[in-house]
Design a protein around this ligand. Structure first.
Ligand code: GRF
Length: 221
């Protein structure tokens, strides 16, 4: 006899981590964004609310139209435009990114909707200290249009992932994930909007977690 099976999606969502994951010294963040910047906003709000002990040293954006720049200015964070079109190669562009991050004394780099592939120039300069947020449950649906990919595949659950960045796209060690059910009438827009609610919740927590882990590794020598 078959039973009706109801999936308890709430139990799939990453639990909130306790505040003792918040490091005692403020983390110096450099945020990189190409678009709307709602994740920038979520990090800024978490800092203001005392949920993440950090300060945003700079926002780097590569698209002159990025709303993230307006958000940064509203938060009193310096927004630096580095337009990739002005550089001859990805490596040269990343070289300028690294220089800017160093100039602003950045310790952790947060890719919050950064729509450029990274080269070893940037990855090696901030080894294990670059964090990305991606709108799917990795390793499913890597790359662009992850929400559309999930809809096309007909999955019933998708979500978001915060992970450390390595050279292979959307593939580094996973820090946190949150699950989001796909509803029958979902469009890419409605589904992405619900995924973003979870992104805003877990990104600040995952930053704290990454810093905490790094601290534990360092103190173990
Ligand atoms: C997010 O969905 C993130 O997962 C992806 O790009 C989007 C950025 O959104 N990498 P926003 O610009 O932070 O609103």
């Amino acid at each position: 006899m078959s039973k009706n099976f109801t999936l308890d999606t709430a139990s799939l969502i990453s639990p909130d981590i306790s505040s003792n994951h918040t490091p005692s010294t403020p983390l110096k963040l450099g945020i990189m964004a190409s678009g709307n910047g709602s994740n920038f906003e979520a990090v800024a709000q978490a800092i203001q609310a005392g949920q993440l002990n950090a300060q945003i040293q700079v926002l780097i954006y590569n698209n002159p139209e990025a709303k993230a720049a307006v958000r940064a200015t509203n938060w009193g964070v310096e927004a630096v435009l580095l337009n990739h079109r002005d550089y001859k190669s990805r490596a040269k562009f990343d070289g300028q990114v690294v220089q800017t991050l160093q100039q602003y004394d950045v310790e952790w780099v947060i890719l919050a909707g950064w729509m450029r592939l990274l080269t070893p120039v940037l990855i090696d300069a901030f080894a294990d200290k670059i964090i990305n947020i991606h709108p799917s449950l990795l390793p499913s649906f890597k790359g662009i249009h992850a929400v559309e990919q999930a809809l096309a595949a007909g999955v019933k659950i998708t979500g978001c992932t915060v992970h450390l960045v390595c050279l292979e796209v959307d593939s580094g060690p996973i820090l946190m994930q949150a699950a989001v059910p796909v509803l029958p009438d979902d469009t890419a827009e409605t589904l992405h909007a619900r995924i973003q609610i979870q992104e805003h919740r877990i990104l600040p927590q995952a930053i704290a977690l990454a810093a905490q882990r790094q601290l534990q590794l360092t103190s173990k020598g």
